[in-house]
Design a protein around this ligand. Structure first.
Ligand code: AMP
Length: 408
């Protein structure tokens, strides 16, 4: 399917061409016609599926057809999203897609002084992208009115609730006009999310982006088998390869991510971590430094890495093998984007083998084992205590794995 077939305004199609998007993604094909028909949407889609364009393009289309009083602009579309990184990315996307129109958008988020943000708001904008706290703050101070909102998007709803924003969302909803089009996106749809969506949407159409189970052909996948104790040294060994100019390293836990950063820093490799315990400022600084090539390694947990969009990233490393095969696909999908080459490296300890089997089954691809590995898993017999520990951990991981499978 071609973008032109969706019936978007020609100035939007021109901007899409500049972005070098060839065809609409699955969620775009499904959601854009519904939004153009002015219906509410309940969208089950993760970041990385093209969901931002799925809601941004038709909103811009609607606004083009609405006569905008350029001297007295009012906020007509509001996008609420949980984190500053996502807010900035959505704002950048809106700017890119509306570059051949006279529509203005801006972004507000906490953790920075409000001066620049309120100045832009006072000069008038049509589309506002916001994190909940700063939005309520500036509404309270009288800088923002929601009374002219015709289009409301709640993005990453599950993460929003995870981060404890439920009361903020309720306050925002109270201020929105009853007559509006609402679009609700969430990666997962547990009951509390569906309950919330019922409060926001009117006769919504459901759309779901296909689960990502395929790995781009441009990503080469490798694995090093080792022991838990050798992972740190193996990581340094891997990073001796100077072809690896930059790498995104995934860690299952926040503490693990901090430990990796400390270890790399001690060994003179510039690295920073992004995870839920870091402030928005720290996360943004780390991301910007990485994008500016000031860091060689960025260490992230899965949730914090959702929504990270780094162009031209060639290497991703799994410091541990994720217990959900889809998570693996998402992680390695951070490299090798837009047809560029990517390399994924996983470090696997014996207890994680079970996850590799599940990954290979899902992706229908074999991961190549690296034989040149000075930290290869040793076959030294374990003593009784080690064996007991090993079996205990293996059983725990097995149960965790099957519990997760049942949930899906
Ligand atoms: P999102 O899911 O909105 O975070 O988008 C993920 C990435 O996909 C972003 O880098 C977008 O620029 C890109 N993207 C969005 N739509 C398309 C498309 N139709 N073709 C290619 N890339 C796209």
């Amino acid at each position: 399917m071609e973008f032109q077939e969706l019936g978007l305004h020609s100035n939007i199609n021109k901007a899409i061409k500049d972005q070098k998007y060839k065809h609409p993604t699955d969620i775009q094909k499904k959601a854009i016609p519904i939004i153009l028909a002015k219906q509410d949407v309940l969208g089950s889609a993760q970041t990385g599926t093209g969901k931002t364009a799925a809601f941004a393009l038709p909103i811009i289309h609607h606004l083009i057809h609405q006569n905008i009083d350029q001297k007295k602009r009012k906020v007509k579309a509001l996008v609420v999203t949980p984190t500053r990184e996502l807010a900035i990315q959505i704002d950048e996307n809106f700017k890119a897609y509306s570059k051949y129109t006279n529509i203005k958008n801006t972004v507000i988020y906490g953790g920075v002084s409000q001066g620049t943000q309120t100045k832009i708001l006072q000069s008038g904008v049509d589309i506002l992208i916001a994190t909940p706290g700063r939005l309520l703050d500036l509404m309270g101070q009288g800088f923002i009115s929601l009374s002219d909102i015709s289009y409301f998007v709640l993005d990453e709803a599950d993460r929003m609730l995870d981060m404890g924003f439920i009361n903020d969302i309720k306050k925002i909803l109270n201020e929105l006009p009853k007559e509006r089009q609402s679009l609700f996106f969430s990666a997962t749809m547990p009951k509390n999310i569906l309950d919330l969506s019922n409060k926001i949407l009117r006769n919504p159409k459901m759309v779901a982006a296909h689960k990502i189970s395929t790995v781009a052909q441009t990503i080469q996948q490798f694995i090093y088998y080792t022991n838990k104790q050798s992972k740190k040294e193996l990581l340094l060994y891997i990073l001796k390869n100077q072809d690896i100019k930059q790498i995104l390293i995934f860690s299952r836990t926040k503490h693990g991510a901090d430990r990796i950063v400390r270890h790399l820093t001690k060994n003179k490799i510039k690295a920073l971590a992004i995870h839920g315990d870091k402030s928005q400022n720290q996360r943004q600084r780390a991301l910007t430094s990485f994008k500016n090539n000031e860091l060689r390694a960025l260490v992230a947990t899965d949730i914090a890495a959702r929504g990270i969009d780094i162009n031209a990233l060639s290497y991703v490393l799994n410091y541990d093998v994720p217990n959900e095969a889809e998570t693996y696909v998402h992680r390695i999908g951070r490299c090798g984007r837009a047809g560029k080459d990517g390399v994924s490296i996983s470090i696997c300890e014996p207890e994680e083998n079970i996850y590799i089997n599940a990954i290979e089954k899902l992706t229908k691809q074999k991961i190549s084992i690296i034989e040149k590995n000075p930290f290869k898993q040793t076959d030294k017999p374990m003593n009784a205590k080690q064996k007991k520990e090993f079996e205990k951990e293996k059983n725990r991981k097995k149960q965790e794995f099957f519990a997760n499978r049942k949930k899906r």
